[in-house]
Design a protein around this ligand. Structure first.
Ligand code: ARG
Length: 564
């Protein structure tokens, strides 16, 4: 907001367009220098002077209401009248408008997408949470956004699952503990397959049967799907994540033949060792496998059919795939095949990758069963949050609820505050540190705003009339309050930036900045004081900071309890 106002004023003094000025503006290195700095290096031509002299000319000529300027070397620093602009800023914040830059654009977000018959690992947490945050961010900016859980409910691994079940399955054990039991079967399959080479062909045969609609195969498959979904949904509920569509890979079973036919008629398919592939040598990529030598389809085939469905039927203008970075080649191949099929919209298919997540230093591998189960992580986080609450605030009402919000919020925030491409070594202890760069720190700050506001309301009631010694003094917020106010007006920019970069961490860091800035304000200025004018302005700023915190955290999927 301040940059905009500064550019509007400065354009009266330089031969640059507002847009060009906007690009040049900076925040001065220290707040005491001013609110906005305008570097004059680009003005040598117009002024035929060194930037220092140009800065001085501009500052001398500068005459705008409620704005002062000062030359500092090659910069012109601008200071805004806090009383005047502060009121305008608060009013705008009160309205809470966000530019609807996404109007008329339909975005499909492919997110979470765990594999059936396996527990959700903490690895899938990243896709779920990054996807959910991107979903909320797009929605707020006016996009027509749709989330799809592209369940891994198809493929050779189901052949393995069924083969293992046929050999060693125990119905009673499965009924009692479906996912853990399925996982055991899957692990056992891989262990025994190392010695027993009849297992792999058996698994392939089962998958072929499944694809051909064999009754027993389909029945077993749909049983595994049902019990898995039940467990996944329990998890999604805990994380408050919902999907507009849950369409697993199997949904595209009857939509792949037409893709294969199209590839064939375009002359894109080539035979290779009995399999059918699309060669991508000219792009320096290995061929994209379409039909395996046993006649079955494979992951890329299903993703081709999926993309075409999302574009043709769901009418997506943009498709975001929130999937780990290890699948980068897969998506490059799929998008390239789409382009070769003449689908120019393939350029709007975007892989949104993220780095590996380790949990307390441990790597995860589903095959060896060394998977850290998300449910265990969430339980542990909530237990620890409860222990902290019992220590800090044992009298707190609805402790269970708060412990849930804090524990789960800590896990989500501990993930989302990282640049998504960074590898995350997740530590619960760190994520739950109330003084660190954590969810609980932001939540705690929010709870602080609520208790201040309650005290403020009480004083408003008991002393509505106490007059102000500061009447007419515009700067009732103090330096720290003014810095906070400026930060609060930056929200729409952060949202746009987060969407442009597909990066929820932009907003997580913003929440931390606002919390920090609020705490500085709280430490420097007394808020609930007798002076009515100061109190009103400072309470209003507190209210605005609170709504910024809760709004930003909500975008990230984190709750903000009123008390903790
Ligand atoms: N189920 C896959 C996995 O867990 C992720 C699927 C991602 N989405 C997609 N359209 N390929 O690795």
């Amino acid at each position: 907001m301040l940059f905009q106002w500064a550019a509007e004023a400065l354009k009266n003094y330089v031969q640059l367009e507002e847009r060009q000025i906007l690009e040049l503006l900076e925040v001065p290195p220290s707040a005491s220098m001013g609110d906005v700095a305008f570097p004059c290096f680009a003005l040598a031509k117009q002024f035929r002077k060194a930037p220092q002299a140009a800065a001085k000319d501009i500052a001398d000529a500068f005459n705008e209401p409620y704005l002062t300027s000062e030359a500092a070397g090659p910069y012109v620093n601008l200071k805004f009248d806090r009383g005047y602009f502060g009121k305008v800023m608060m009013k705008e914040l009160e309205a809470g408008h966000v530019p609807k830059t996404g109007e008329g654009i339909k975005v499909v977000i492919d997110m979470s997408s765990p594999n059936i018959a396996k527990p959700i690992g903490i690895g899938h947490l990243r896709s779920t949470m990054i996807g959910a945050a991107l979903y909320n961010m797009h929605k707020l900016a006016g996009f027509d956004v749709v989330s799809v859980n592209h369940l891994g409910d198809y493929g050779t691994q189901f052949g393995k699952q069924i083969a293992a079940y046929k050999r060693w399955g125990d119905d009673k054990a499965i009924a009692e503990n479906p996912i853990a039991e399925s996982l055991q079967l899957y692990v056992r399959f891989h262990e025994e397959a190392e010695r027993d080479d009849t297992l792999e062909p058996e698994a392939r045969a089962w998958f072929r049967k499944l694809e051909a609609g064999d009754e027993e195969a389909r029945k077993l498959w749909s049983y595994f799907v049902d019990v898995s979904l039940e467990e996944f949904n329990r998890m999604y509920d805990r994380l408050h994540v919902h999907f507009d569509y849950t369409l697993g890979e199997s949904f595209y079973n009857d939509k792949m033949q037409s893709v294969v036919t199209e590839l064939q008629s375009e002359g894109l398919l080539e035979e290779s060792d009995g399999a059918l592939v699309v060669r991508l040598d000219d792009e320096g990529m290995p061929p994209c496998l379409i039909i395996k030598n046993d006649g079955t389809t494979i992951y890329p085939t299903r993703d081709l059919a999926t993309a075409i469905y999302r574009h043709d039927v769901m009418k997506a203008d943009r498709i975001l795939y929130v999937v780990g970075g290890e699948q980068a080649l897969h998506f490059k191949q799929v998008f390239s095949v789409l382009r070769r099929m003449g689908k120019t919209w393939a350029d709007s298919c975007i892989h949104v990758p993220f780095g590996l997540m380790r949990f307390e230093g441990k790597k995860m591998s589903t095959r060896r069963g060394k998977i850290v189960m998300l449910e265990k992580v969430l339980d542990e986080a909530v237990d620890r949050a409860m222990a902290i609450i019992n220590e800090k605030n044992p009298e707190l009402a609805n402790k269970e609820q708060v412990a849930n919000a804090v524990g789960i919020g800590a896990v989500i925030f501990g993930d989302l505050k990282n640049n998504r491409m960074n590898e995350v070594d997740f530590s619960l202890e760190e994520a739950l540190n109330f003084d660190g760069e954590t969810g609980p720190y932001v939540q705690y700050t929010y709870a602080r705003t609520q208790s201040i506001l309650a005290k403020g309301a009480a004083m408003d009631e008991s002393e509505p009339e106490v007059s102000s010694e500061t009447a007419g003094n515009p700067d009732v917020l103090g330096d720290s309050g003014w810095e906070l106010l400026k930060l609060l007006t930056g929200f729409p920019d952060k949202l746009q930036r987060g969407i442009r970069l597909q990066e929820p961490s932009v907003l997580a860091r913003y929440a931390l900045d606002v919390a920090q800035s609020f705490n500085q304000f709280y430490n420097k200025e007394r808020i609930v004081i007798h002076d009515l004018e100061k109190r009103a302005a400072r309470l209003q700023l507190t209210r605005l900071a609170a709504s910024s915190l809760s709004r930003t955290m909500k975008l990230l999927g984190v709750e903000t309890p009123d008390r903790m």
